[in-house]
Design a protein around this ligand. Sequence first.
Ligand code: GLN
Length: 243
Amino acid sequence: MSAHDRPSLRILHLYPQHMNMYGDWGNVLALVKRGQWHGYDMQVIGLNPGDEIPTEVDLVVGGGGQDSGQVLVSHDLQRLADQLHTWAEQDTPMLVICGLYQLFGHFFQPVGGERLPGIGIFNAQTVGGSKRMIGNTVVNSTFGELVGFENHSGVTTLGQGQQPLGQVVKGAGNNGKDGTEGAVYRQVYGSYLHGSLLPKNPVLADALLHAAASGKYGALQQWNTLDDAVADQARNVAKSRPR
Ligand code: GLN
């Protein structure tokens, strides 16, 4: 098949300049690489504050950042809210980590700062705390065991009916109290796990890609089995590290 008629997927990367902590950019790289290995041409559009909102998007990814970065993007994110809600209802897959996960909830209230508005895709709210939750983290989810690295002081509380991404086996997760980690709404996944998350968790990477590809092309005829031996090694090392 020539490059011309190969299927293609377009990733929207939210705020790469301001929301890219602990290798969150690696999530985009993992999606691009695995997408190519599955036979797709992969295109990435980075959206920074003020940039035009693209209309044709198959997958949305965003990372974490410092509180100062969140102040900047939280207001710009309001501009995108309607489009992101529309995509969420159309089952466009999305993955948002830490700082953007918080802003996909109703709000983030930093310690001693102005409350930052979220876009309410998740029924969740986050309040800055005095304790930093940091370290290697293992979570039981519908994708199996997810392995990552958390570093946040924000305490997230899920509202009534809001599904978590999983239950913490090791680590603090949303708030260090109720055992939940992250949130899921339709095909939108929020998580505190950096790491980067997707290179170490190929099952989740492929779930996002499969949802994007079948959303665009209908039932897929073919889906390659990839060799994940290196990713498995990385998972095992991360899991065995002290927190
Ligand atoms: N400001 C947030 C917190 O510390 C987000 C941190 C992050 O994205 N890593 O809770």
